[in-house]
Ligand binder design. Structure first.
Ligand SMILES: [Zn+2]
Ligand SMILES: [Zn+2]
Length: 146
């Protein structure tokens, strides 16, 4: 994971006038290093050793700040808790049915879906989200080993 990305993100924070607390820095760093789209709980568990006074609420707060300035995307999934993604470029997700892992993949943006939806429904379209589901390699291997 490149230090560059972290430095860029820190610059964005500074430009937005957001205070960079050690916890905020750690949350950001964790997200940038993790390609797994963690939940707030995952981040909390990973960092609680380093910040014994930190609560899940603090992690949420920090994530909300990062989200507001566009460094992090929140992926909501109805009942289950949100996953956080620091890859804010256009990409799609494939999700493992078994372990819930989310992996990024790139595909030319399906802009025509948006214009079609607009034409058909009259909505002002803001964005779209595409998710593909399946079984990841690790789960396949685990299954084969049984
Ligand atoms: Zn899996
Ligand atoms: Zn992603």
């Amino acid at each position: 994971m490149s230090e560059d990305k972290l430095r860029q993100a820190i610059d964005t924070l500074k430009q937005s006038g957001v205070r960079i607390t050690p916890q905020r820095h750690a949350v950001l760093e964790y997200l940038l290093n993790s390609m797994v789209h963690p939940t707030a709980d995952d981040i909390y568990k990973a960092l609680e050793g380093k910040f014994p006074n930190m609560s899940v609420a603090t992690v949420y707060n920090n994530l909300r700040v990062l989200k507001d300035i566009g460094l992090v995307r929140e992926l909501t999934y109805g009942d289950s808790s949100s996953r956080f993604d620091c890859n804010t470029s256009d990409h799609y997700h494939i999700i493992c049915n078994q372990c819930g892992k989310i992996v990024d993949f790139h595909y030319p943006s399906l802009d025509e879906v948006e214009s079609l939806a607009e034409q058909v429904t009259g909505f002002d379209v803001s964005h779209h989200r595409l998710e593909v589901y399946g079984i990841c390699n690790a789960c396949k291997e685990q299954h084969a080993a049984k």
